[in-house]
Design a protein around this ligand. Structure first.
Ligand SMILES: [Zn+2]
Length: 246
């Protein structure tokens, strides 16, 4: 295969396991990019049907459907706050996500449809220092991160992987860069001082998950983004491990 140059369109995809994951890790960045003219779209890997309280008594299929619908609506509201556009729900069962070939293929399909130049995703590796604060131990998060990096390279850009997608007229697409949130090492920060309020507002949209303890969450989000900002000479920041695809 001849060497492809990545397409540098102002299109970014955010791939996460659940509604609210993207807001915790990257909402300020999403709002910053959207304000800068980027089309930012979301891919939510699960159906969000497991997001009730840990001690819930009704975990029937009907109850799961209800919470799934609520969380999808909340994700739409959060994206509206941030200026993010489409949301693709892949609807894998919440809590059971695996970095399967089926998930990899679904992500490659979305990558080739939207043809982003940037992808934000969850870390495929545990961060033993920060994991407690960002849900970094959740198996769905690790699975989403693993599937995303595998779809990013080489499958999205390699026509030999998932040849059936060529039948759908989805041509290989080389993505320029990937941003891992919550990774064991970070090498890149985004100044979110102008969008911290939108980050907080977007998190508030996830009322079914966060309303009960929102004051506490707002407090630690601000403390955490200020701490990251201090390292980089910014008021508020989000940080990532960023890698270029060369
Ligand atoms: Zn999550």
């Amino acid at each position: 295969m001849t060497q492809q140059e990545p397409e540098l369109r102002k299109v970014a995809l955010v791939v996460v396991a659940h509604p609210d994951d993207a807001e915790f890790m990257a909402a300020g960045t999403v709002a910053t990019w959207a304000a800068d003219g980027w089309d930012v779209h979301y891919v939510i890997c699960t159906d969000a049907s497991g997001g009730g309280p840990d001690h819930a008594e009704d975990v029937s299929p009907e109850a799961r459907k209800v919470i799934s619908n609520i969380r999808k609506r909340e994700q739409r509201a959060a994206c509206d706050v941030l200026g993010a556009k489409d949301i693709v729900f892949l609807d894998y069962p919440d809590g059971l996500l695996e970095p399967s070939m089926a998930l990899r293929r679904d992500l490659v399909r979305v990558f080739r449809q939207y043809r982003p130049s940037r992808v934000i995703c969850q870390s495929p590796d545990r961060n033993w220092e920060r994991g407690y604060a960002i849900g970094g131990y959740h198996p769905d998060h690790l699975a989403a991160g693993t599937a995303t990096i595998s779809a990013f390279y080489p499958a999205s850009q390699n026509g030999w992987d998932f040849p059936e997608l060529l039948q759908e007229d989805l041509k290989p697409h080389k993505i320029h860069e990937i941003y891992f949130a919550g990774a064991p090492t970070a090498n890149f920060a985004v100044d979110i001082s102008a969008t911290i309020d939108k980050k907080i507002e977007s998190l508030r949209a996830h009322a079914s998950q966060l309303a009960d303890e929102f004051d506490e969450i707002e407090g630690w989000i601000k403390k955490w983004t200020v701490e990251i900002g201090k390292k980089h000479g910014m008021e508020y920041a989000e940080e990532f491990h960023r890698a270029e695809n060369r």
